[in-house]
Ligand binder design. Structure first.
Ligand code: F6R
Length: 642
């Protein structure tokens, strides 16, 4: 029986504290199954997934093998899918992924591992797929299948349109899926068009199904799969009705579920200033009326009768939420000197403040808070912009090539020589040759990645210059985890945390701006946020930390919903125009951003839209009408230290 608050949910869904906690449960269940079967002298048959989502489960399984003697000798595995056209050795093939992440670290017999082949001739594919399904049946069927979910709602690579009874087969990848994989393949053009995947029908035959999802980008599809009507346009929704399916998700992936979004519709709510604000702002939006025009009947007719009883009348609720919302708006993000700050988001003192804006890559800060950065600097704060990673993985070859060609030409032009060693032009020629001779599957050489870092640095400098931020105020940390890693394969170390601690100690900031708390923990921004939390733990006892406030910007292409905003910084038309001009400088970021998939629009257009629509949202609930707004949520330092 579903609990009252889960009444809209058609699949049992557990919201775990974070992906690690969920992974411990899932890996624990798998380990129990393997051990039970070993005692019975039987095999355990696992269905496995790739991608970022299952990584914490694989880490935990490897730990259980190494530290708690979990043996995989009686385990047979079947992977969900493989890109068609990739050899087993291709670094982005799912064969490689599985061996690197799991198989090579445990004692599974090689012959027990099954990953669909991506290299069969087209004429052999049908028979091969049929034999894959038969092999699963011959092994006794899947005991435990783990799944991730794509933003198209795919499971395995069953894209929208896949039928409930579909079998293992060759499919065409959805453009959104290919765009999401673009970073792994260093460009959308390199992502294969097709894949072999277990069918929905194959998956539904598993005795136990567990789907996991982390991060805010999955919240919409999780909602549709769990609460929507099952349909073939969202293959994950076809899991509804399976007798043993569960979803394990983290809090950010749960944000769109009715029990989280509209808790007053599913049960009793504890009415705190925060839940009241969320409810009233939602009501204002739902009935399209400014807060101060909401009436008793609006509350009653939209499931908020209880709120009226608890904290009404409507007039009082309206005034309270109107004032709260009004008080989030400030033109002085660094605090307004010599003024009463009792109703302002930031303290007046000390002034000026030392401000540290952290970006996971060298574009995030300006895109998300360029107007605020400009204001802070303009109003006298000492602003430092620090980029945790170089971002070179996201630079297309042609931009590095352009820079290098320019360098070669410059040398010819100026007859520039550097003593005995390689001249600048020779150096450039070597790297140019490296890029030209590179195969699609090859990783960039360290020198190429250095050049790509320079590309990003220069974009960041150009953007900052437009916003009148000095060159000296920008710090490029180039954290080692990123320099040594590749997408989905980042390993952090204490060196990364040391670099952040050193920066924090040097600046002793009064304000820190950061994002990534809602991101997939395996993404660059998720990893950077985790490192930041680790660094804050190390400095927690320092005197400056007591006077430091942490403000979170939501991330590129996103903005906080109104009820989450603690500080809203309005931008004038001129400021917005400068910010957009600054955004033009990120040439390396064209066609890279997943959020542009649906519209194929450029990031400056998205930035413009987001900042304008936040201003409109304020206007709609009855606040003053601004051109654009950048928004921030206050993070309690204690919450970073858990
Ligand atoms: C991979 C697979 C896919 C992924 C999905 C989510 O084997 O079957 O369905 O689970 O695309 O990918 P991530 O986990 O990278 O977000």
């Amino acid at each position: 029986m579903a609990r009252e608050e889960e009444q809209f949910e058609q699949i049992p869904t557990e919201i775990c504290q974070d992906s690690e906690a969920a992974a411990r449960i899932v890996a624990g269940e798998i380990a129990e199954l393997i051990r039970e079967r070993a005692e019975e002298k039987r095999n355990a048959v696992l269905g496995l997934a790739t991608g970022s989502t299952p990584l914490p489960v694989y880490r935990e399984l490897v730990r259980l093998h190494k530290e708690e003697a979990l043996s995989f000798r009686n385990v047979i595995t079947f992977n969900l899918d493989e890109y068609y056209g990739l050899s087993d050795e291709h670094p982005e093939s799912y064969h490689q992924f599985m061996w690197e992440r799991l198989f090579q670290h445990v004692d599974i017999p090689k012959d027990n591992v099954n990953v669909p082949s991506g290299t069969l001739a087209r004429s052999k594919v049908y028979a091969y797929c049929d034999s894959y399904d038969k092999a699963i049946e011959e092994a006794g069927g899947l005991d435990y299948q783990i799944l991730g979910i794509g933003r198209t709602g795919h499971i395995g690579f069953n894209e929208p349109g896949s039928t409930r009874d579909s079998k293992t087969r060759l499919v065409t990848l959805d453009p959104l899926t290919r765009l999401d994989a673009a970073r792994d393949f260093l460009g959308e053009a390199n992502v294969p068009l097709h894949a072999i995947t277990m069918g929905v029908g194959t998956i539904l035959k598993a005795r136990k199904l567990v789907l996991m999802a982390w991060g805010q980008s999955k919240a919409g599809v999780v909602r549709d799969a769990v609460e929507g009507v099952p349909n073939e346009n969202l293959p994950a929704s076809l899991l509804q009705g399976h007798e043993n399916v569960r979803f394990f998700i983290d809090p950010t992936a749960s944000e769109e579920l009715i029990r989280i979004r509209l808790p007053w519709l599913v049960g009793q709510v504890e009415w705190t200033p925060w839940t009241i604000r969320k409810a009233v702002l939602w009501l204002s939006k739902t009935v399209s009326k400014p807060i101060l025009k909401l009436q008793e009947s609006d509350y009653n007719e939209n499931g908020l009768g209880e709120l009226l009883i608890d904290s009404g009348p409507a007039y009082d609720l309206n005034i309270a939420v109107f004032n709260q919302t009004q008080h989030t708006i400030t033109g002085w993000p660094g605090g307004k000197p010599n003024s009463d700050d009792s109703n302002r988001p930031e303290r007046a003192k000390p002034f000026p403040k030392r401000v540290l804006a952290l970006g996971s890559e060298p574009h995030e800060d300006i895109l998300c808070m360029g107007g605020t950065v400009h204001r802070l600097a303009n109003q006298g704060s000492e602003v430092t912009l620090a980029y945790m990673t170089s971002g070179n993985l996201a630079v297309p070859d042609n931009l590095a090539q352009q820079t290098l060609s320019l360098m070669s030409e410059l040398e010819q032009e100026m007859d520039f020589r550097k003593g005995e060693g390689l001249s600048l032009g020779q150096y450039a020629s070597v790297i140019l040759k490296n890029i030209e001779e590179k195969n699609e599957a090859d990783q960039d050489s360290d020198s190429t990645r250095r050049i790509k870092s320079f590309v990003r640095r220069n974009e960041a400098r150009d953007a900052a210059r437009i916003l009148k931020i000095d060159r000296e105020s920008q710090i490029f940390l180039d954290l080692p985890f990123y320099e040594k890693g590749r997408y989905r394969n980042f390993n952090t170390s204490s060196e990364d945390v040391d670099a952040l601690v050193e920066l924090l100690e040097k600046i002793k900031p009064h304000q820190i701006y950061i994002s990534g708390g809602l991101a997939d923990p395996g993404s660059v921004s998720g990893v950077c946020y985790h490192l930041f939390c680790e660094a804050m733990k190390r400095v927690r006892g320092k005197a400056w930390v007591k006077h430091c406030r942490v403000w979170s910007y939501r991330g590129v292409g996103q903005e906080w919903p109104l009820h989450e905003i603690d500080m809203a910084v309005p931008l004038s038309p001129g400021e917005l125009a400068s910010k957009i001009e600054a955004s033009f400088q990120y040439r390396s970021q064209r066609s890279q951003f997943p959020f542009r998939a649906a519209t194929h629009r450029e990031i400056w257009q998205e930035t413009d839209d987001i900042n304008r629509s936040t201003a409109e949202a304020y206007d709609d609930v009855g606040m003053a009408e601004y051109e654009a707004i950048e928004a921030f949520k206050k993070i309690e330092i204690e919450s970073l230290l858990d």
